[in-house]
Design a protein around this ligand. Structure first.
Ligand code: GTP
Ligand code: SPV
Ligand code: MN
Length: 591
């Protein structure tokens, strides 16, 4: 029997399973209206204009920031809430000591109580979305149900939403991740982000902010996807993806995992320093990377996202001209300050001054920063001057090097290379970083954040490290593994390394290491460049500073590995013995 082409069907008819689930959620949440998002331009404009009319979005200066809007979230709802985020597997040991856990039945009962009737008087939006290019075998789909029009607008920028995503869901046999979201009453005591990786579902209540509410991002593309990736033999990581073309015209792609607000967006769109003519940079992704072993023995990466939800503070034409230009039009700003002429403003934007702070008060330095430290911009990836069509390639891009890194004022050198894949997994597992404003809690405290996935690994870290080891062992041409730290500070609290565009000097050393064209010194923690191995042309770096950046303090590293062993021991018998063996080798080399 012939089946009707999907294009003739209305949205709720395209996927039976999605339709049935929406009916179920409607009965529970009792909205006044149900609206299926088709992903059209007109729909986006209509929703945006509705929010403007309701006073929830503020148009910014139409001459200097055309198509830009300010959204102010609830002042108690400005960052991810890790203490309220749970991975609900049947067995607690599968979530691991790295996750908060509640038994699935208990979590579902609690959430059912919260969602019961919560959309009365509101509209229920159905957002079918695809993470990754619509035609990539590596992409995965979901349906987010939300009562927030801001979430719809953000998802429309950050992912591929609407009709085509729903068509893909139907083609994939009606398989999709179910994400249910309501802003509720924004009471922090009634706020939970629950993940059920065993039945591919997410329930988020009580927050309208970023990673808590845009369920395609951290909830699906990292927590649920990392769980799936383990059983299916791939990796879902908190990594940027960037292509680097050297003056000889060769392009290599690298992926880099840094914790939240530690430099991924900036590295992904860096501008080569003047002293490095002929280099070109192509951004594939700035936050999330899905990598699959290819038939050629390499890892192939796609960016599951279509936009950037980037940190505003610190962005200026000097640190990141690409970002600064990218967000001058058609950008949604969240929790930034305003200038007197209604432009968005944040700390580090030096070419203007704040007049109104993020809480809508006249700016007064006594009240703290004008923009919230976790204020962000939401913008389509295609607006990035260094955007590349490779981001749309269904096969992804081949990865030559994987970089781990953290924000550490002390200890970690500018860069070092792991001795092998197995040692590199230990290097990734050893990442520690100062906490930032991206999550609620104290800022500036060093904490362990293996592979920058502490808030995002959807299962036990012991199993996660084992998965990394097993996957790497199967790769004929594994990427080389490195660790970087752009954030070493001097006695006065100043950064020792210029960072931003100059980070390309470190990337150049890595690519040369991959090609066997750069030297290094062997140290107990791995291979470090000697000062002469780095391209420092045009950089007036004090030789003493350079020595500090490219050497290690053995006594301090002995303390560090002792602490690391204590941390890894928390994972008990889930911890792969090979990795503890690697740690023993480091300890022996440190003497
Ligand atoms: P998430 O979106 O939270 O995952 O963060 P991210 O890793 O993409 O961080 P992002 O690139 O947005 O950088 C966060 C902050 O660090 C911004 O204020 C940047 O200006 C600053 N930053 C980025 N790269 C560097 C660097 O190389 N050196 C220094 N000193 N600061 C940097
Ligand atoms: C992060 O915190 O790592 C982010 C921002 O990228 S959020 O989407 O809020 O998680
Ligand atoms: Mn992130």
């Amino acid at each position: 029997m012939a089946t009707a082409p999907h294009t003739l069907l209305s949205l709720p008819e395209i996927s039976k399973k999605a339709g049935a689930w929406v009916d179920e959620v409607r009965a529970l949440t009792r909205p006044d209206r149900v609206y299926w998002c088709d992903g059209s331009r007109g729909e986006f404009q209509h929703l945006r204009d509705t929010l403007v009319a309701r006073g929830e979005l503020k148009p910014l200066n139409t001459d200097t920031f055309p198509g830009c809007y300010l959204y102010r979230s609830d002042p108690t709802d400005v960052a991810r809430v890790e203490h309220l985020t749970f991975v609900c597997t049947t067995h607690q040991a599968d979530a691991g000591p790295n996750n908060n856990w509640i038994a699935p039945a208990e979590a579902k009962a609690r959430m059912r109580g919260l969602f019961d009737g919560c959309m009365k008087g509101r509209t229920l939006y159905v957002i079918p979305y695809c993470m990754g290019p619509l035609d990539s075998p590596y992409s995965r789909c979901g349906v987010e149900i939300t009562d927030s029009a801001y979430v719809v607008l953000s998802m429309a920028i950050m992912t591929r939403i609407g009709h085509e995503a729903l068509e893909r869901i139907a083609r994939d046999g009606d398989s999709f991740v179910k994400g249910l979201h309501s802003t509720g009453d924004l009471n922090p005591a009634r706020r939970f982000i629950m993940h059920f990786p065993e039945d591919l579902s997410i329930e988020s209540f009580g927050s309208g902010y970023g990673g808590n509410a845009l369920l395609g991002k951290k909830c699906h593309a990292l927590r649920i996807a990392s769980y799936q990736a383990r059983t299916e033999g791939w990796l879902a990581e908190h990594m940027l993806i960037v292509g680097l073309q050297n003056p000889q015209g060769e392009t290599h792609y690298v992926a880099a995992a840094f914790p939240s607000a530690c430099g991924k967006t900036n590295l992904a769109m860096l501008i080569p320093p003047e002293a490095m003519p002929g280099w070109k940079v192509f951004t594939v992704g700035d936050d999330i990377c899905w990598m699959h072993p290819g038939p050629d023995g390499r890892l192939w990466a796609i960016n599951p996202e279509a936009g950037y939800f980037g940190v505003a503070p610190g962005t200026n034409p000097k640190t990141n001209r690409n970002a600064y230009e990218m967000i001058r039009r058609d950008t949604l700003f969240t929790n930034v300050a305003l200038t007197a002429n209604n432009e968005p403003w944040w700390e580090g934007r030096k070419d203007a001054a704040p007049a109104i702070d993020w809480l809508d008060r006249p700016y007064d330095p006594k009240n703290g920063p004008a923009a919230h430290p976790n204020s962000r911009f939401t913008v389509a990836a295609t607006q990035n001057p260094s955007y590349t069509k490779a981001a749309e390639d269904p096969r992804g891009v081949p990865i030559s090097a994987i970089i781990f890194g953290g924000r550490r004022r002390e200890l970690a050198p500018l860069v070092y290379e792991a001795r092998s894949w197995q040692h590199g997994v230990l290097v990734g597992a050893s990442v520690a970083s100062e906490t930032t404003a991206a999550a609620v809690g104290e800022v500036g405290v060093v904490r362990r954040d293996p592979m920058a996935m502490k808030p995002f690994a959807g299962y036990n870290y012991g199993d996660y490290f084992r998965h990394w080891l097993q996957l790497g062992a199967k790769l004929g041409r594994p990427p080389r593994l490195f660790h970087v730290n752009w954030f070493r500070q001097g006695a006065k609290g100043d950064f020792l390394w210029p960072g931003f565009g100059d980070n390309l000097r470190v990337l150049e050393w890595m690519l040369k290491r991959c090609a066997g064209q750069a030297g290094a010194a062997e140290t107990p923690i791995g291979y470090l460049p000697r000062p002469e191995d780095l391209n420092l042309a045009g950089l007036a770096l004090d030789p003493a500073v350079l020595r500090e950046l490219t050497s290690i303090d053995v006594a301090a590293w002995r303390r560090e590995v002792r602490d690391l062993r204590g941390y890894l021991d928390e994972f008990g018998n889930r911890m792969p013995p090979e990795l503890l063996g690697e740690l023993t080798s480091v300890e022996q080399r440190l003497g």
